[in-house]
Design a protein around this ligand. Structure first.
Ligand code: ADP
Ligand code: MG
Length: 321
């Protein structure tokens, strides 16, 4: 692999906003044999480059290390090994160059919508008048005009998550890190939040790294879908999503290309043997396996993987394949 951070301009001439190099995370867990502790490898050799302004989704089964990865990029936890660069600057801890939106709403319950959105601006030391101006802009961007003085308990789940997005965007971070942000809302709200997020992304040009265990969500939103394998968490495949923009759920879900791509992602989630088969079937769709999975696959691990996949949405056509 070529040098990852030799300059602002990458080999292809494109600028990389996020560069992850050989990330590795190890947790101490209770030994399966008894009272002792043993190492659990949650991430290994995880390398990825995300372009400026790109929307990248990371999809993988529950427990494959998605949150571990995002926490490390956010600077909330420290990796056992590897490096992270945002704009070529090494990440050493949390900072306002990364906006974070997590699964729970994580709003301050004692603050109104406006004061939640203003939080990062206060951290930046913006005077009250400027804070109000900026927060109003983002409250309007997420369609919460008229709710400025409400408290989180007075809002629906979808509204709370929009406040969280506005709060993360308001202090103008370089990248937006989102960890299953829409997992707790109902299906219909989720689709409208996805549409809104795409609109916001198009308006702001932010670089977004979006973690989900929903194949549909990953495909609908992203320019590229990074498919993770688990134990240890690694990249199994990166799939370019060449669906036209701007997208909306309504249009995308009806398109035959969407059905093909989600099937491809699903097959990649199951294992490299499936993706190889689909590669032959679909030469037009670009799939780039980043790294060969470890030697023990597929023998022995197939059953475990399918069990792990129970929490991952299965496309309707999967049974017919
Ligand atoms: P995901 O977000 O993909 O569901 P996580 O990143 O939360 O997965 O977890 C990855 C793996 O690491 C899981 O097997 C999980 O049980 C384990 N894990 C996560 N955090 C800890 C921790 N603090 N201590 C021990 N194991 C952990
Ligand atoms: Mg998680």
């Amino acid at each position: 692999m070529s040098s990852l951070v030799s300059g602002r301009v990458a080999e292809s001439g494109e600028k990389f906003k996020i560069v992850l190099k050989d990330l590795r995370q190890v947790y101490k867990i209770r030994s399966s044999e008894g009272a002792g502790r043993e190492d659990f490898l949650a991430l290994e050799s995880f390398s990825l480059k995300v372009k400026e302004g790109e929307f990248a989704s990371i999809v993988g089964p529950s427990g494959c290390g998605k949150s571990t990865l995002l926490d490390i990029i956010a600077g909330l936890s420290r990796a056992e090994g590897g490096q992270i660069f945002i704009d070529n600057k090494p990440v050493t801890g949390p900072a306002l160059d990364r906006g974070i939106v997590m699964q729970g709403y994580a709003l301050f319950p004692w603050r109104t919508v406006r004061r939640n959105v203003e939080f990062g601006l206060e951290m930046k030391g913006l005077p009250a008048k400027d804070r109000k101006e900026v927060s109003q802009k983002y409250i309007e961007l997420v369609n919460l005009e008229g709710f400025e003085e409400r408290y989180p308990y007075e809002l629906s789940g979808g509204m709370k998550q929009r406040v969280a997005i506005a709060r993360a965007l308001a202090y103008d971070p370089e990248v937006l890190l989102m960890d299953e942000p829409f997992a707790a809302v109902d299906a219909q709200t989720r689709e409208s939040l996805q549409d809104e997020l795409m609109r916001i992304w198009e308006q702001t040009g932010k670089t977004i790294l979006f973690v989900t265990h929903s194949i549909d969500e990953a495909v609908i939103l992203a320019d590229r879908v990074v498919v993770m394998s688990s134990n240890p968490g690694n990249i199994r495949a990166i799939i370019d999503i060449e669906l036209a923009r701007p997208r909306t759920n309504q249009e995308i879900r009806l398109s035959p290309a969407f059905a093909e791509i989600r099937k491809l992602v699903w097959e990649n989630l199951q294992g490299p043997w499936a993706s190889q088969a689909s590669l032959k079937l679909k030469p037009g769709l670009e799939v780039s396996p980043e790294k060969e999975p470890s030697g023990q696959e597929p023998s022995g691990s197939g059953e475990v993987r399918l069990a792990e996949l129970s929490e991952v949405e299965r496309p309707a056509m999967a049974g017919q394949a």
